[in-house]
Design a protein around this ligand. Structure first.
Ligand code: BEZ
Length: 259
């Protein structure tokens, strides 16, 4: 991976289009319900916040909407453009648009940004009055088994636990309160447990989503700690045939900007 192919997000997470497609295609594949909640209409101007490689954006474009994707990773912006998507590089906390959108859509992105109020303020700033903010991300209890195993291994080795779960996984009540304070009326918000089969096992998940954590571990104990985490998780997340399923919990919401 070269510097131009990878990008570091606010969480220190790096994204590279090829490995993301291999290990995390399910992120777009399982998002049909949140696209249904968006109900994109022909001619609507929709911003896809964190469009990734654009796989999901295409399903919104198929409705006839005019979509712009925004994404911090140059590698993923390039992958989205290769699909013919109008994608620009940028940060959800400071959306670089002066015109207004009919809707902002987001899938599997907001748990990576701890400054939730900044995102909400930035989204409100690019919507027309009455415009929709519809999305899904990790909610309270998301990947709890994985987080506990990471924490247990860190504790056992006397390591700093603060980087184990650098995620924003709010309850519906907390996120609804933030949306309301940010000028939105919440139309629906719910937690949805969604056990998620992992196509490349827990190894692929850890490589894709927790790489910075492992890279920061001491060289001499990295392999051992990773093995301990996988051994802790196997009885809970791996079935008798070796298939891994992660304990995802989605927070799905639909809101509109008060007029
Ligand atoms: C999620 O999509 O819920 C997620 C993915 C990676 C790390 C944390 C959460």
């Amino acid at each position: 991976m070269t510097a131009s192919q990878a990008s570091t997000s606010a969480s220190g997470q790096q994204w590279e289009a090829e490995s993301y497609a291999r290990n995390a295609r399910f992120v777009a594949d399982l998002a049909a319900p949140v696209v249904e909640l968006l109900k994109p209409r022909p001619g609507e101007r929709i911003l896809d916040l964190g469009c990734g490689d654009g796989a999901l954006s295409l399903t919104i474009i198929a409705s006839g909407a005019e979509l712009t994707g925004i994404e911090p990773s140059p590698s993923l912006v390039a992958a989205a453009r290769a699909r013919g998507i109008h994608a620009v590089r940028g940060d959800g906390r400071a959306l670089p648009f002066s015109h207004s959108f009919d809707a902002v859509f987001t899938n599997a992105v907001l748990h990576w940004i701890l400054q939730a109020d900044e995102v909400i303020r930035s989204v409100a700033g690019v919507l027309r009055p009455g415009g929709r903010f519809v999305g899904e991300f990790g909610g309270h209890g998301n990947v709890a088994a994985i987080v506990v195993a990471l924490r247990a291994a860190a504790r056992r080795h006397g390591l700093d636990e603060s980087e184990v779960s650098p995620f924003f996984f709010p309850t519906p009540a907390e996120y609804a309160e933030r949306l309301t304070r940010g000028g939105f009326e919440v139309d629906s918000i719910e937690l949805i447990p969604r056990p998620t089969p992992l196509p490349t096992s827990i190894e692929g998940w850890l490589d894709t989503f927790r790489a910075p954590y492992f890279l920061a571990l001491p060289d001499e104990s990295r392999t051992l700690i990773r093995r301990e985490i996988i051994d802790l998780l196997a009885p809970t997340l791996c079935d008798s045939q070796g298939n891994w399923t992660a304990d995802y919990v989605r927070l799905r919401f639909s809101a509109h900007l008060r007029e």
